[in-house]
Design a protein around this ligand. Structure first.
Ligand code: PLP
Length: 409
């Protein structure tokens, strides 16, 4: 129990970290389900598919073949070779295995990078809406997030001008996430090039390219990453990726990165005192994923694109909500300004997007996360990592709720 008395026993940075705003909803979902409610949760941050069978089989074989011991801290040589090949072939980056690092999930890549470089007073530019973990990790590392709001007018994307205005002598990192959680926004090559021009003029700024949703990109768009678009930035860009979202492997906890060797070595040093490296069996599974057939990537992209269309069409017919089609990932980011200031069917005042999310949960049995948890309200993040029938039922329940809030529409 963390009574107030015990708070002072904690590390001060941890004690002042905010519990994730998404937990309030997730806890409430668990509570309502325990009470017997049938909730459709559109909060998930993971694909609903099973890990493909050949990858599962590779893990079984890994156990039988004795891949059960510590690997090298930076990852097994075989996996690092495969990661380097992935960066060369899929991203056009000139990477050798020594330019890679394997961690326990993409999340640990990011944490290690920040922890290895940040000092008190440093600043990290985080475009909003953002993945909730970025500012929390920055704060745990003793630094300060400089949140740059990127609203719908820029497609929720950072512009060169906004970046230039946010950079100060204390800026250590810029975090770029494309496709983006929570908006699904995808940066084009030209947009990245415009940001690159600003970065070239600011040689002390490092860049973290969070490419974890790389393969979930729709409408035949091409994926671009900063170090490929502007090779002159490769020496200070950490390009992060992993198997979690691409291969439905969230639980295996394998992420990886390429970047300048001084940074990778520092991150490896840190990892050597934390985990001693990622799970050996999971590394073999990730190896099978990277070296195996790529048909799963195509199938999963097609399924998510179909669900995206289903979701966007349903939201377009729902009063009070507005959502541009997201270009990637598996989230719709719907503006809910039309519901704010109104009253829910159950008689609750909807003053904020969090009020809307909580009323939807309690009165329509559908769980979504409020946009302000990701740094921009009033929005709802609606994850469509769920089967079509459940999605259709959830959309119908959301529409009923909204029509009751705005009956004249
Ligand atoms: N980056 C973003 C934007 C994410 O949404 C997530 C997971 O939700 C991660 C990184 C972390 O991925 P992993 O599961 O590999 O740690």
């Amino acid at each position: 129990m963390t009574g107030n008395g015990n708070l002072q026993r904690l590390n001060t940075r941890l004690a002042s970290a905010r519990p994730s705003a998404t937990y309030a909803i997730i806890d409430r979902v668990a509570q309502r389900r325990a009470e017997g409610a049938k909730i459709i949760s559109l909060c998930a941050g993971e694909p609903d598919f099973d890990t493909p069978a050949p990858i599962r089989e590779a893990a079984r074989q890994a156990i039988d073949q004795g891949h059960t011991r510590y690997t090298q801290v930076a990852g097994s040589r075989a996996l690092r070779e495969a990661v380097a090949a992935k960066f060369r072939e899929e991203n056009g980056l000139p990477v050798e295995w020594q330019d890679t690092l394997v961690c326990s999930g993409g999340k640990q890549v990011i944490y290690n990078a920040l922890a290895a470089t940040l000092n008190e007073g440093d600043e990290v530019i985080v475009p909003a809406p953002f993945w909730v973990s970025y500012p929390e990790m920055v704060q745990l590392c003793g630094a300060r997030s400089v949140i740059v709001t990127c609203d719908a007018r820029s497609g929720f994307k950072l512009t060169a001008q906004a970046l230039a205005e946010a950079i100060t002598p204390r800026t250590r990192w810029l975090i770029l996430n494309s496709p983006c959680n929570p908006t699904g926004a995808v940066y084009s090559g030209e947009e990245l090039q415009a940001l690159a021009e600003v970065l070239l003029a600011n040689p002390d700024v490092l860049v973290l390219a969070d490419d974890i949703y790389e393969h979930l990109i729709f409408d035949n768009q091409r994926f671009h990453t900063l170090a490929q678009v502007e090779p002159r930035l490769a020496g200070r860009t950490l390009t992060m990726n992993g198997v979690s979202k691409a291969y439905a492997m969230t639980g295996w906890r394998i992420g990886f990165a390429t970047g300048p060797r001084w940074l990778l070595e520092a991150m490896e040093k840190l990892q050597g005192q934390q985990t001693s490296g990622a799970c050996s069996v999971s590394q073999q599974a990730a190896l099978a994923a990277l070296q195996g057939p790529k048909d799963f990537l195509h199938t999963s992209r097609a399924v998510f694109q179909r669900r995206r269309n289903l979701m966007v069409d349903a939201l377009a017919a729902t009063p009070g909500l507005h959502c541009e089609p997201p270009a990637g990932a598996f989230y719709a980011f719907a503006n809910c300004a039309g519901l704010i200031g109104k009253t829910s069917p159950g008689g609750r005042y909807l003053g904020t997007d969090e009020d809307v999310a909580l009323a939807l949960l309690d009165e329509a049995d559908v769980a979504v996360v409020h946009g302000s948890a990701f740094g921009l309200g009033p929005y709802l993040r609606i994850a469509y990592a769920l089967d079509d029938d459940s999605l259709a039922s959830a959309c119908a329940a959301i529409a009923r709720f909204c029509r009751a809030v705005i009956p004249q529409a």
